[in-house]
Design a protein around this ligand. Sequence first.
Ligand code: AVI
Length: 336
Amino acid sequence: MKPHMSLAASTGPGATDRRPPGIRDDRSEFAEAARFYLQLEPRQLPSRFLYDALGSALFDAICHLPWYRITRAELQLLQRHAVAIGQTFRQGGRVVELGCGNGEKLATLLTHADARGAHAHLIDLSAAALGQSVRTLGSIENLDLRVTAHQATYEDGLLALPPDDGHPTLLAFLGSNIGNFDPPGASAFLGLMRAAVRPGDYLLLGADLVKPERDLQLAYDDPLGLTAAFNKNLLLRMNAELAADFDLERFAHRAIWNRDASRVEMHLVSLADQEVHVADADLRFRLQDGETIWTESSYKYEPAGIRALVEPAGFIQRNQWIDEGARFALTLFEAV
Ligand code: AVI
């Protein structure tokens, strides 16, 4: 997902959205980004580059960790409130999911809603994710579901949506992917989504909530080390794709709860004074012992903050369901 045009003003890990593997993450784009972001102060890399094939597999594994509760909490909320959510696209309407992953969330919603005759549009950059989602949705029986896959950036996919023919539309942006945008980037992206629908259509947004620091630490620095591997894989990726010479032993994963900014930051910490060469980015630089490369921001919200973020884009909040244990919110907005 890379609604790049509208987000061009944003920079850094907090500004970049999650993008599944492949397609436009070609090497020259990766090299260009590495060259630019690794020279900033503080050094950083856009989080979308976390998702090559191995990174995506590691992220899928993270979603099964007991400490990372977003995915399970969201599935439960979708199941529990599917009937109410299903009213928004009624029979024969459309559901458009941005970043469909393996299709499990949409399948859960459609199975438990009265979604007969609905038309699901899946927008994702990853052909593998789209294929998996189409198979998952295809296996739901008795729904008379139509499924269209759009292999595209979010922005291009939204622009390419066919006219709605008078049918209501529900846009679904789940998994707290919104949290990987910084606030200006999130607002720009919400504006893009609003522009793709008409008054009376809906947006369903999954967003992770502020919770005790200890819970956030365990979610983003898990005892099994999967999140550390997910983060350090960026170095492996630069070595493999950009002829870099990062010594993975000389870096550690660090997750920091930045309370003032309300975000968890992932960093790669240099464990020594060292020089690094990223040959294909034509870049050589020194890292001091303890210096970090900032690789992701994951913003956490208060329930009212979600409303405050979304409504200025041209929506009005209609419902909000919260999993208090996991501190996760699913919020339904109507376009006005
Ligand atoms: C994809 N995104 C919403 C995840 C998050 O929680 O920010 C990515 C992730 N990073 C570390 N663990 C999971």
